[in-house]
Ligand binder design. Structure first.
Ligand code: NAD
Ligand code: UD2
Length: 324
């Protein structure tokens, strides 16, 4: 099969592109390299450098595909809050552009939504029918993407699947960006024996899901596509506080974590733990990588000297061995 992967030079998208190629598919990546890196893309993939809001480019990239994976986004809560109009254009108009192109080709779309849509709802575990109370511009845009995916499905008859990723970690999450995930930032700073900054009291709770499990869900959602519009959590159901995370990482590294505290982030979610049952029921498997196992593998691989892409592929392969 031939698939478009928007955002395929990014953290999650590059792992997806790798997996699709390993399964024998042809992959076309559309990415503007605004946060991703061309080096992350598997060499077998076709790479189109461009903006997902450019209609002509997106149409051309979907011309001969059997399905679209849409991951391209401005994926930082803080940046979306401070640059709402620019990031809305990427996150919402970009999604509309992909949906319109897919409808024109009558092909399905699997897209990245986020646990952020639950926002202030602390009634954990959060299931797909839980109340949605977004707290950030990013979350509101992700929710709007879900609404438009539903309407596109209704008007044009193409299947759409929105995967509400909780907090994803794994190789190739770039700690150089201040907007990167907390695990990549903490792991990088621990390795450099630098202090970790806790935004708030460290009691905020997250559900950390390994990137290999997220790729499993993406591939399964396209392979077992259903008619209509569908949303599904991608989570483990395991609750971890940010302070607890710092201590687990320090324990694995074998060095004490030096902590500094700063004010909580605007729009930050206090409690985010998901219910993985729908994913398990519909696609036959829920994320299986426990946090300590995933962190140990990640930190072990990061200590190696081999180039990042090779390391990342080897680690993801070992943790997801035997998956389709
Ligand atoms: P990432 O920043 O590593 O990847 C995003 C990719 O999209 C990058 O390669 C970037 O260059 C590209 N991109 C951004 N704007 C673009 C544009 N206008 N046109 C074309 N390409 C563009 O982020 P990620 O963590 O891999 O996230 C991938 C998707 O998953 C995003 O939609 C994000 O919102 C979502 N998500 C991520 C997490 C997580 O914990 N990482 C959790 C929930 C949802
Ligand atoms: C949100 C979404 C997640 C995803 C992501 C964007 C929720 C619950 N999750 O992630 O699904 O969409 O946005 O890709 O909304 N922190 C520190 N110190 C640091 C870095 C982070 O204390 O150095 C805290 C941060 O304030 C937050 C937590 O760690 O409370 C997680 O932060 P993050 O940036 O890794 O991800 P988060 O939860 O904003």
């Amino acid at each position: 099969m031939r698939y478009l992967v928007t955002g395929g030079c990014g953290f999650i998208g590059s792992h997806l592109a790798e997996r699709l190629i390993s399964l024998g598919h042809h992959v076309c990546i559309l990415d503007d390299l605004s946060s991703g890196h061309a080096a992350n893309a598997p060499c077998e993939a076709e790479l189109v450098i461009g903006d997902v809001t450019e209609e002509a480019k997106v149409r051309a990239a979907t011309d001969d595909v059997d399905g679209c994976f849409h991951l391209a986004a401005a994926a930082s809560v803080a940046r979306c809050n401070s640059e709402a109009i620019a990031t809305n254009r990427v996150n919402l108009v970009g999604t509309l552009t992909v949906l319109a192109a897919a409808a024109r080709r009558n092909v399905p779309v699997v897209y990245a939504s986020s646990a952020a849509v639950y926002g202030a709802n602390a009634a954990v575990p959060l299931g797909e029918t839980s109340e949605l109370r977004p707290l950030s511009v990013y979350a509101a845009d992700k929710l709007a993407c879900e609404l438009h995916a539903g309407v596109t499905s209704h008007l044009h008859g193409i299947p759409t699947v929105g995967l509400r990723f909780f907090n994803v970690y794994g190789p190739r999450q770039d700690p150089a960006s201040p907007y990167s995930g907390v695990i990549s930032i903490f792991a990088d700073r621990l390795a450099k024996r630098q202090e970790l900054t806790i935004f708030g009291d460290g009691g905020q709770v997250r559900d950390f899901v390994f990137v290999g499990d997220v790729v499993d869900a993406l591939v399964a959602s396209m392979a077992h596509r259903r008619s209509g519009a569908f949303v599904c959590n991608v989570c483990t159901g395991e609750a971890t506080t940010i302070l607890g995370l710092a201590n687990i990482l320090a324990d694995i590294v074998g060095a004490p974590a030096r902590l500094a505290y700063g004010p909580p982030r605007a729009g930050d979610v206090r409690v985010s733990v998901g219910d993985p049952r729908r994913l398990a029921k519909v696609y036959g498997r829920a994320p299986a990588t426990g946090l300590r196992a995933g962190l140990t593998a990640l930190l072990h691989e990061d200590a190696e000297t081999s180039p990042a892409p090779a390391r990342a592929q080897r680690m993801t392969a070992s943790l997801t061995a035997g998956r389709t």
